[in-house]
Design a protein around this ligand. Structure first.
Ligand SMILES: NC(=O)c1ccc[n+]([C@@H]2O[C@H](COP(=O)([O-])OP(=O)(O)OC[C@H]3O[C@@H](n4cnc5c(N)ncnc54)[C@H](O)[C@@H]3O)[C@@H](O)[C@H]2O)c1
Length: 330
């Protein structure tokens, strides 16, 4: 079994630890600098090997590492791992700027290492089905994408004031934290963002000043897009609608379905799935990454696509500051 090292077992790292264990296909260990957390996770998951620093953990390099520390560490850690020949699954957002990414891409290429960015929405069965239907051409070409999403973030992350979320420099704010998932999913559905203009503000969340409410207008080549997202509304709802020349497809995350309509003012045709357990997508992500390492499937979100979505994050932040359209030179 491949040895998988989770780096950082905070909120998402703990989930990766549990979900890689759940695959039954990995021997999982972790490194965590916080001593209480290290002790708690060791007990909770019966992990035999837990280190307090990366240097020691890498003295006997694992086969795979999951980088689950805050965003400013992602690229530096990934570079170190790749140089040691370790395959890497790195959390989103890939980074907070593009520093080091050319070197990382070159090292990955030279070493033949697999690196994926953990945009977990790509593992949602309804999104996968909807994408396959759109790509089959049965609705004609996509012309417009409309994304509407919101949830009460403090309910899911009560500590939001004390973690990376509170500052842009550590990967925080709605654009880098939440919208980035939807941008990556949208790029996966209709292609990379080629230009955008964004508006964002802090409206509701107490104890932080970063934006919690965002609007973005995008172009993905010929496809026109719009995104509206907040992190404070009561409903936890996400819809992604892709309007094509001869039909409309819509993901309704909260309703466990995607649906489609081809007749004007016709009926929706529902493609429903059973509600997913909270870990389901992360177990699917872990299995998919192990499959990719075994050469059975391509990695779900390669570095280049994670980097493209990083450029979108950065362009959206620039647009909010300047009030201007941003061109993404593709
Ligand atoms: N995919 C998702 O759904 C999802 C959800 C939450 C967070 N994230 C992303 O995951 C990353 C981490 O977020 P989080 O919420 O888990 O943060 P967190 O603060 O809860 O956890 C980060 C952990 O990393 C540890 N750490 C920091 N430096 C370390 C080092 N040098 N060596 C070992 N451990 C170190 C910290 O002690 C902490 O326990 C962020 O980039 C965030 O955007 C993704």
């Amino acid at each position: 079994m491949p040895r998988v090292l989770i780096i950082g077992v905070g909120s998402i790292g703990e989930r990766h630890l549990r979900c890689f264990q759940q695959t039954g296909r990995a021997d999982v260990s972790f490194v965590e600098v916080n001593p209480e957390l290290r002790q708690m996770m060791t007990k909770r998951y019966g992990v035999m090997a837990a280190w307090d620093n990366l240097d020691e953990a890498l003295s006997h390099p694992p086969d795979i590492a999951v980088v689950a520390t805050p965003a400013p560490y992602h690229v530096v850690m990934a570079q170190r791992l790749v140089e040691l020949g370790v395959h890497v699954l790195v959390e989103k957002p890939l980074s907070i700027n593009e520093d080091g990414l050319d070197t990382l891409a070159a090292t990955i290429h030279a070493k033949g290492i697999t690196v994926g960015v953990a945009y977990v929405m790509r593992h949602h069965p309804s999104l996968q089905q909807m994408r396959a239907a759109i790509q089959s051409g049965r609705f004609g070409k996509p012309v417009q994408i409309v994304v509407v999403s919101g949830q009460h973030f403090p309910l899911y992350r009560p500590a939001y004031r004390d973690i990376y979320y509170k500052e842009h420099a550590t990967g925080g704010g709605a654009i880098q934290d939440a919208l980035t998932h939807l941008m990556n999913a949208a790029e996966w559905l209709v292609g990379p963002v080629t230009r955008l203009v964004a508006d964002a503000d802090h409206k509701v969340l107490e104890g932080v000043t970063v934006e919690d409410t965002v609007h973005v207008i995008t172009r993905h080549g010929n496809v026109m897009g719009s995104f509206a997202l907040n992190q404070h509304q009561a409903p936890n709802e996400t819809t992604i609608t892709v309007i094509c020349e001869r039909g409309t497809a819509r993901l309704e995350w909260h309703a466990h379905r995607w649906r489609w309509m081809t007749e004007a003012s016709g009926e929706w045709h529902d493609e429903t799935i059973a509600p997913l357990e909270r870990d389901a997508l992360f177990i699917a992500q872990a299995n998919a990454f192990l499959d990719a390492i075994e050469g059975r499937t391509p990695v779900a979100c390669p570095l280049a696509e994670g980097r493209q979505t990083l450029r979108v994050n950065l362009a959206a932040l620039r647009s909010v500051t300047t009030g201007l359209w941003q061109m993404l030179g593709l």
